[in-house]
Design a binder for this molecule. Structure first.
Ligand code: ZN
Length: 362
């Protein structure tokens, strides 16, 4: 049913269209033309996402993948060897998430060309997923009818389905100390680096528990060794599958800063921002059950897994669309060793057809 050669050649073509986050115009144009040629109605929304619709029968389903890639992602030269597609080692491959895009495209081609019965399909190909899920956040969900969604943007064996993901808070802090000459009158200064270090040393960080993680990822401050530094910027984050644990973790981090500041007579400006919110789907959820049954019918082993990070599925679920995130088989994403097996791309497309209710010959 799936046209393997077409699937592979389209994937190789897509990864060679540069689409770093924020610069998806060319790939969007290309995909819109493809979708139009299949008879879908297609538009680009104000955020830049490609939205397409294909009429069908039954409850509508949303299919989603993101068009943007991380760096280094320009001038990708894909290579296919022994059934595995890689880059030439100088760039990422962009299977994240062009594998998701190409699987959606191939499934639509099969449905249209073979005139197969299927539910009404809405397609959202988003921009800037890699930049804080910006594209998905810009989707006007009121224009979508689907109550369920299938995002194709994760890794693992085919049949792996992400059914939960954490909430994510960004924590920014600026510590204000007081500058002074380090040799002449150090007692007149308040060392912002000392304040920041004491605060960070007091923070619980890393893996807090099985649902919660935290990190300080960037610190910047000071100008010269002979000046007591008066300013340090800190950027960190915390994630948890449990909102209360996340709240407690963020509080522990901000309190550590406030206490250290108070101890030294410094001040701290805090900025806590929600990046995305958690979701957790039960095994009983319709789309989850259908995905598991479809995987079993194809001889795959369904695995329901939590994700440590967010995806467009977080935004869709928060907006009322019950969305799973299905593995395309992509591996080592966000590295120059990124790769994907042709067999997995084909299996993923078969799985998507099966989730949509089509009988896919084993
Ligand atoms: Zn991705």
């Amino acid at each position: 049913m799936i046209n393997r050669d077409r699937l592979v050649s389209t994937f190789l073509k897509l990864v060679q269209i540069d689409s770093p986050s924020g610069q998806e115009a060319e790939i969007a144009r290309h995909l819109m033309a493809e979708l139009r040629s299949l008879g879908l109605t297609v538009e680009r929304d104000a955020t830049g996402n490609v939205i397409a619709r294909l009429a069908g029968v039954g409850p509508p389903i949303l299919l989603s993948a993101h068009m943007d890639t991380v760096g280094p992602g320009r001038g990708v030269k894909p290579a296919l060897k022994d059934g595995i597609i890689t880059s030439d080692g100088t760039t990422i491959l962009g299977a994240d998430d062009k594998s998701g895009v190409v699987v959606i495209l191939e499934v639509l081609r099969v449905l249209v060309e073979q005139d197969l019965p299927h539910p009404p399909l809405e397609v959202a190909l988003t921009v800037s997923e890699e930049q804080g899920l910006t594209g998905a956040k810009g989707l006007d969900l009121t224009t979508l009818r689907a109550g369920e969604g299938i995002v194709l943007d994760s890794g693992g064996e085919i049949g792996t389905v992400v059914v939960s993901a954490p909430s994510h808070d960004k924590i920014g802090a600026v510590v204000h100390g007081k500058a002074a000459h380090a040799g002449g009158e150090p007692e007149k200064g308040i060392n912002a680096i000392v304040v920041a270090s004491e605060a960070i040393a007091a923070m619980p960080l890393g893996r807090i528990d099985e649902e919660t993680t935290a990190n300080v990822g960037r610190i910047q401050g000071g100008t010269a060794t002979n000046i007591v530094p008066d300013r340090v910027e800190i950027a960190g984050e915390a994630r948890s599958h449990d909102e209360r644990k996340l709240e407690a973790q963020v509080q522990a981090m901000t309190e550590a800063l406030e206490k250290a500041a108070t101890r030294h007579g410094a001040t701290v400006d805090l900025d806590v921002e929600r990046s995305y919110s958690t979701f957790k789907l039960s095994e009983e959820e319709g789309i989850v059950r259908r995905a598991m049954a479809a995987a079993r019918n194809l001889g795959l082993t369904p695995a329901l897994v939590p994700s440590g990070g967010g995806s467009d599925a977080n935004i869709l679920n928060a907006g009322g669309i019950t969305a799973i995130n299905v593995s395309t088989g992509m591996e080592k994403v966000h590295t120059t060793e990124e790769r994907i097996a042709v067999a997995d791309l084909v299996k993923c497309a078969e799985l998507l057809l099966a989730i949509l209710g089509l009988e896919v010959g084993g």
